[in-house]
Write a protein that binds this ligand. Sequence first.
Ligand code: DGY
Length: 329
Amino acid sequence: MTSRAYVSSNEIPEKALAIVRGVAEASIHAADGPPSREELLREVAGVDGLLCMLTERIDGELLDAGKNLKIVSSMSVGYDHVDLEAATKRGVLVTNTPGVLTEATADTTLGLILAVARRIVEGDRYLRDGSWRLKWSPMMMVGRDVHGKTLGIYGMGRIGNSVARRATGFGMRIIYHNRSRDEESEKENGAEYRSKEELLRESDFLSVHVPLNAETRNSIGAKELAMMKPTAFLINTSRGGVVEERALVEALKAGTIAGAGLDVFEKEPIEVDNPLIGMKNVVLTPHIGSGSVESRTAMAVLAAENLAAGLKGERPPNLLNPETFKGRE
Ligand code: DGY
């Protein structure tokens, strides 16, 4: 009997869809943007596999609605939108797409560091709105140096490592905090391990690369921001929930820190009245860390490969809950 799969976005490249269609009869969410909760609950009811985005909440209710679900393949490296325990309890395989977006996300991180420190976005606006009147003046739109500064990496995983590698090329000194020491990065990038408090106190740029989970949620709050230098910048390309946004807004207003480069937010899309929007010392991007055609295509293909493997009864390459596969190999 042919398997059935639901793909929750109409923007999946044909290359990836062909992989899904090779193993299953695929139905694809037709409208732009993510499906409504109702549509998702309805669609999973009849399928064996779900290829979803980080916009879909995969919880007990959804897994119960998907009575025949064998696999949930998320086109994302982050999986904080998936209740992994609930899936494991129900024997549903869950997969993500690590690796293929590492370099693109690291590029975006460096972009935010440069943009916020050197006021590139603000400068663009200044020019376009006609504010540039003087030919040149010594202190017009001056920012802060990036070279020679200390980059603190909070979470030295794949992306943290790639950011460190790039930042050494910019003449930055690297310090990091992680659950465990990363001797390779210490050797390769001269990265020095610090306690979380030391990291906060010493960084000129603090870049967040931890995944969002119960331990890391709001782990950068008012107390942590108060430990940072008033000249420091916070960069976040991980998940908005790691940083307590209200505390960040207060810190930016009060000058507790100098600025922020943010690609992710507590609520996405952010509300039009979010105070961050009116702030000059922040650069904001709409969760496009991995947003290159090459990376998003590779993510879609990997998500499709994971899905296909799960539907064929094989172990998917990026299985997050290997317990569900025990005894099947
Ligand atoms: C992810 O994959 O988790 C990113 O946030 C989107 O690329």
